[in-house]
Design a protein around this ligand. Structure first.
Ligand SMILES: [Zn+2]
Length: 126
């Protein structure tokens, strides 16, 4: 079971390569230390302080595709609720430290995701 979001998934790879083509330079696998929390966004623009998360539809409960599994309902609903809570805490904590946070569902077409990210990075302060 590959529940770990740190593993490069296809949508992430596509988005990263499109960002490169758009001339954007970023870091991946960079841990950001916040008070009481260690965060690993999928893409990080350090100078402009923009953190991008590409959230898996299942793991992060996308409203369109985040169906609950039929087996072990109790286990999964607790686990997924925990993920969603953590996502919220991470977003709030990053914003409190001056970060711009952009969360994109993995079902968003990579071209569209790259355009959203570029717009976010260009409008971020600094
Ligand atoms: Zn989805």
């Amino acid at each position: 079971m590959r529940g770990n979001r740190r593993i490069d998934t296809k949508p992430e790879l596509r988005v990263r390569s499109l960002l490169h083509k758009r001339g954007l330079r970023f870091r991946k696998d960079l841990a950001i230390r916040l008070p009481g929390l260690r965060v690993c966004p999928d893409i990080v623009f350090t100078r402009r302080k923009v953190a991008i998360f590409i959230d898996g539809c299942f793991w992060h409960r996308c409203p369109q595709h985040g169906n609950r599994p039929r087996a072990n309902t109790e286990y999964w609903s607790r686990k997924l609720a925990h993920n969603v809570d953590r996502d919220k805490r991470v977003t709030v904590a990053l914003r409190a430290e001056g970060w711009t946070v952009i969360r994109i569902w993995e079902h968003v077409p990579p071209e569209e995701a790259a355009a959203l990210i570029e717009a976010g990075v260009r409008s971020a302060q600094r």
